[in-house]
Every structure is written in C-alpha cells, then in structure tokens.
Design a protein around this ligand. Structure first.
Ligand SMILES: [Zn+2]
Length: 328
C-alpha cells in the first residue's frame, strides 16, 4: 500500500478537528468530544514534529493500514496495552461478522444459472469483493480485489458492495455501471487505492456481458476449450473519468465461467513457487463437468495440496457461474 503524504494527513486531522469543534458548540462539556479533540491536537503536533506514524514506545513505524483506518493511533500493535489489544480483537471480530453478512447466499440460482463461490481472508477480514445478485431475470456477478489488505481494504470492499448494488438497481448498461462505480470509488478514496474487478450480467438466453477492469482473466470453459477473458480496462478508481467496454459472450447449457482473485494464482508453496494459471487450467480441465460447488471445492483442495502448509498471505476468492441444461 502506498504511503499517504503528511499534508494529506494534516488535512484529514484538521477536518476532523473542525467537525469536533462544531459538535462542541452543541455539547460544550462532552468529555468524549474533549478527549478526542486533545487526541487530534496531539496527532497534528506529531505531524508537525515529523514523528507522526511512529510508535511512542519503540519509535518504529506503526502498521500503515491501522494508521489509515485511525490516524489517532500512536502505538504499534506490539506496544498496545492488554486492554487496547482486547478492544482491537473485538473490533476485528465484529468487522469480520459484518463482512460475512455482506456475502451472497451460497447456492444462489437465477433463471437458468447456477453459482458457487469460495471466500477466505488472509486475516480476520478480507479486501476481496464477491457478490451475486439478481435484477429482473438477470444474474449479476462480481469478483474484485481492493489494493492492500486488512481493515482498510475491507472498508473499501464494503463501499464497492453498496455502490454496485445501487448502480445495478438503476438498470444501466454494464459499461455505465463500471464507469460510475469507478468515478465514485475514485472520488471517495485516497489516491493510493484502487480495485481490480470483473463484473458480469447473465440473462436467461445464455448471453453474458462482462467487463474486466484490470483483474485476473476469468476462465470461459466450453467443453474441452478453456479461454481467458482479458481485461478491457484499467482497475477501478485509478482515474475519476475512466471508460470501460463490455465483452458479450454466449454460453450454451453446461458452459461455465470461473472467476478468481490473485490469492489463488499467486499463492506460494513453502519453496516460494507460485500456484500459477497453468496448474489452475489443469485442475479446471480435469473437473470441468462437475457442478459449480464441486468444481470450486476441488480447486481449493488442489491449492491446499500445492501449498503444502505454506503461509496464507493474501485474500482468496473463487466464483463459478454455470448455465444450467434447462431453465427451471
Ligand atoms: Zn512499538
């Protein structure tokens, strides 16, 4: 994750200060507001002294994601008090629960389409974005990856979730959905943040429109053929006026799309070798005729076999969309 500049931090803190002062006009004796104002002033002083972002105990850099989530923190994780550590653990547990509630339900089916997904964060929360929803007879599916990891990335993931759900309900063409989402993401986040993402819309005739904004190419599996659907645009949120274009595919009954994040393709084993797309192709070719849920389980199992106890360093998402043999 890229650093944010001291002037951006100072601006954020001063903005927070003026909001607190506004609130104090209505509640002049509120002890919590007064304490927060002191903390903001102390943080501004640290920016001015050039010690912002350094732990007060060990003088080492504080974890950047924690600073972005809360610029008032002034101890690194190792030097928080037991009470502070417990409070942080509780916060993370609640964030993880909220994130799980944002996930689509398993076994989601829409007019002739069967779906399955697998979602696992490297830590308690994930920066991957995974959603399935229906609008009319259409199925919308998205898999994305927000830059960075941890709490800050998971907040941006929740932001994308709300943005897409709102835009889909407006019945805009897919390229417009992507353009608006990118512009909203760009305007509301720090310049260092962006998201790679695939968004698709599948209708009951088997037509699939798909936009790939700088994301790992989804696999289109038709019989023995496996084809990658390459990116047609830059990641979301890089620039506020990005344009996107959609590909149109036609899927016959039994045809399948597999979407994934780089937590799969770039996972490493204990020798530092990457899982890679060749192994993914092989796994998909072997199990291509299975139901979505089984195809995903076997891909995840193959990844575990490959990793053989190597550390999980990135968030992981897989999604499969399969056209059913017959409309229900
Ligand atoms: Zn420290």
């Amino acid at each position: 994750m890229a650093d944010i500049s001291n002037s951006q931090i100072r601006d954020q803190l001063l903005d927070r200060r003026s909001k607190l002062e506004d609130a104090l006009v209505s509640y002049p004796k509120d002890s919590q507001l007064l304490r927060l104002l002191d903390e903001v002033d102390a943080a501004v002083a640290r920016v001015n002294e050039g010690t912002f972002g350094l732990c007060e105990a060990c003088k080492e850099a504080i974890e950047p994601e924690r600073l972005i989530a809360d610029p008032l923190v002034h101890f690194c994780l190792d030097h928080m008090s037991p009470d502070q550590q417990r409070a942080l653990e509780l916060d993370l547990k609640m964030a993880s629960q909220i994130q799980n509630e944002l996930l689509p339900k398993h076994g989601f089916q829409v007019a002739g389409w069967e779906t399955a997904y697998y979602y696992e964060g490297a830590g308690p929360v994930s920066g991957d974005y995974c959603d399935l929803l229906s609008h009319g007879d259409d199925l919308y599916f998205t898999v994305g990856d927000v830059s960075g990891k941890g709490v800050a990335a998971s907040m941006l993931m929740a932001h994308l979730h709300a943005t897409f759900r709102t835009l889909v309900s407006l019945e805009l063409p897919l390229d417009q959905v992507m353009q608006r989402a990118s512009s909203m993401f760009c305007q509301s986040t720090l310049s260092s943040h962006f998201a790679t993402l695939v968004c698709g819309k599948a209708d009951s005739s088997g037509e699939v429109e798909i936009c790939n904004a700088g994301h790992n190419p989804p696999l289109l599996i038709q019989g023995t053929s496996i084809e990658e659907i390459h990116a047609t645009g830059l990641p979301l949120g890089m620039f506020c006026d990005e344009q996107f274009s959609a590909n149109t595919l036609r899927l016959a009954p039994g045809d399948t799309l597999l979407l994934y994040t780089d937590g799969l393709s770039e996972a490493q084993n204990t020798s530092g070798v990457e899982y890679g797309t060749e192994r993914l192709f092989e796994c998909v070719r072997t199990h291509r005729s299975l139901a979505p849920e089984n195809l995903i389980s076997l891909c995840v199992a193959d990844l575990e076999t490959f990793r053989s106890g190597g550390p999980k360093t990135d968030d992981l998402t897989l999604m499969v969309i399969k056209r059913l043999s017959r409309n229900p």
